[in-house]
Design a protein around this ligand. Structure first.
Ligand SMILES: Cc1cc2nc3c(=O)[nH]c(=O)nc-3n(C[C@H](O)[C@H](O)[C@H](O)COP(=O)(O)OP(=O)(O)OC[C@H]3O[C@@H](n4cnc5c(N)ncnc54)[C@H](O)[C@@H]3O)c2cc1C
Length: 463
């Protein structure tokens, strides 16, 4: 066999599974169709770490609560940016108030700690800027905010450093059952393996394995709000409007805010602004940096191991709290693989992310020190987010290094400031071309057909 385990898909779940399995003496490869890992994670790099109280389903709630706990450990182990941020869920009418009482009772029954039901008036002590008629509130001290992309990159880099082979830009086309394993056919190769963990949405016809379709439950529309916005909240604030749509606002780990609405209708920017303003008073159009919209999913996340005796596990479902559930899903898969392959833990597993130096977070003394070691840390490329050439070169040279403009932006923040790359895009393209030994015209934004510079217009040596 070429591999003990083949993981299909290098999204957040695929990378988390790769990390968990890289703790074992196993020969593992991960196949991802895109140029980069964790490419599909939410574009606005910030996610709420939920605690499971808003979930109706008990198993999803448990996956969230377990994931919340594991992320607490990973944050310090992987040195990730994390904002411990409590949350309030606010009812504005009697019916919503009764629902919140039920949610509270359910949370207590599930044994979720640090959750309190507050009378309306006490909510203003937590949120003095609130301008709503509050009936009652659930206050949870379990929640937080993370950058899911950093989590995925950390999972991927550690897995890579512990021997997982990442096959990027390779599309899985078919899987065939063979004696004691599988043959996985990609657009470039054929691999044999003992087990397959499929984390992609694709379904391959293995012994009539059934597909579990994701069902779109509406839309999530959100504004990225500038750091300077005043009138923000102290907690993650959720509330419902007259039509029971959820409107919420929370800070991001980068210091901005996200103001969002979950809606059944595909509403316009203006309508979104109008509805969100009912919670976020004083939000001006000038405060909005960007507008994002996406489909909203609330599927059950299922680890389908019905074919595990043959060596096949499939993760199905799309869920708004998938980031929170990912660590628990990966641990469950790890336990299943361990008992299936009877594998042993490695003695030399290295559970560390290589150091990252962020110029904007350093003291002047630290800056002088790093510049004396590498002068590229003294050359600012992205002035909005204070990202240096040193950080961009590191992002390219690290394990599973960035190869695209988007990869640089997500790893370092370069090009993600208020000028949206107008000042630095050319410089980043030039560094990427130099470091990867490519022409500037071959550098892409994120995928094959997203070239940034189409042609040279003048034949100078430098642009
Ligand atoms: C707008 C939005 C907001 C969200 N907010 C939150 C939040 O606040 N909190 C939270 O916990 N979660 C949140 N989520 C959920 C979470 O960010 C994503 O759902 C999750 O990251 C998806 O991870 P995944 O690994 O399951 O899927 P994907 O990232 O889709 O991974 C699948 C991977 O498989 C690859 N692939 C597909 N087909 C093939 C093939 N044939 N061959 C090889 N590779 C293939 C894809 O390229 C992809 O990389 C949010 C999601 C959205 C959309």
């Amino acid at each position: 066999m070429d591999y003990d385990v083949l993981i299909l898909g290098g999204g957040l779940i695929g990378c988390a599974v790769a990390y968990e399995l890289s703790k074992y003496s196993l020969n593992i490869a991960l196949i991802e169709k895109d140029y980069d890992i964790v490419d599909d994670v939410t574009l606005v790099n910030s996610a709420i770490i939920y605690d499971g109280i808003q979930c109706e389903d008990n198993i999803m709630s448990k996956l969230q609560f377990m994931g919340n706990d594991i992320i607490g450990d990973l944050v310090s182990k992987f040195n990730l940016s994390y904002k411990k941020c409590d949350s309030v869920i606010i009812a504005q009418n009697k019916k919503q108030g009764e629902c919140l009482e039920e949610v509270y009772k359910r949370a207590i029954k599930r044994g979720v700690p640090n959750v309190t039901l507050l009378e309306g008036k006490h909510t203003y002590n937590l949120e003095p800027n609130l301008n709503l008629n509050v009936i009652n509130t659930i206050y949870s001290q379990n929640t937080g905010i993370i950058c899911p992309y950093d989590l995925g990159i950390a999972y991927g880099e550690i897995a890579f450093d512990n021997g997982v082979s990442f096959k990027l830009e390779e599309i899985v086309e078919d899987i065939n059952k063979i004696n004691r394993g599988f043959k996985v056919v990609t657009n470039k190769n054929k691999f044999t393996c003992r087990m397959v963990i499929n984390t992609t949405p694709e379904d391959y016809n293995i012994d009539g394995f059934r597909e579990n379709d994701s069902s779109n439950k509406g839309y999530l529309k959100y504004f990225l709000v500038e750091k300077e916005f005043k009138g923000n909240f102290n907690n993650i604030v959720f509330t419902y409007n007259q039509d029971n749509e959820v409107i919420y606002m929370h800070p991001t780990v980068q210091g901005n805010y996200i103001a969002a609405i979950k809606t059944k209708d595909n509403i316009s920017y203006e309508e979104c602004y109008r509805r969100i303003s009912s919670l976020v008073h004083g939000l001006k159009q000038d405060d909005i940096n960007s507008f994002y919209e996406s489909e909203f999913y609330d599927d059950l996340m299922i680890i389908d191991d019905s074919l595990v005796d043959k060596g096949y596990i499939k993760v199905t479902g799309k869920n708004f709290a998938e980031v929170t559930m990912t660590p628990s899903i990966a641990r469950i898969i790890r336990e299943t693989v361990e008992s299936n392959l009877k594998c042993k833990l490695k003695n030399d597993f290295n559970d560390k992310v290589r150091e990252i130096y962020r110029f904007r977070d350093m003291s002047n003394e630290e800056r002088s020190k790093i510049i004396s070691l590498d002068k590229r840390y003294g050359k600012i490329i992205c002035t909005c987010n204070k990202v240096t050439e040193g950080e961009i070169v590191d992002a390219i040279r690290r394990p599973l290094g960035a190869r695209t403009l988007e990869g640089i932006k997500r790893r370092t923040g370069a090009g993600g400031g208020s000028c949206k790359g107008a000042q630095c895009m050319n410089k980043i393209v030039s560094i990427l071309a130099r470091e990867t030994n490519k022409k500037m015209t071959d550098i892409v934004k994120d995928s094959k057909n997203s070239r940034i510079l189409l042609n040279r217009i003048k034949e100078f040596d430098d642009i």
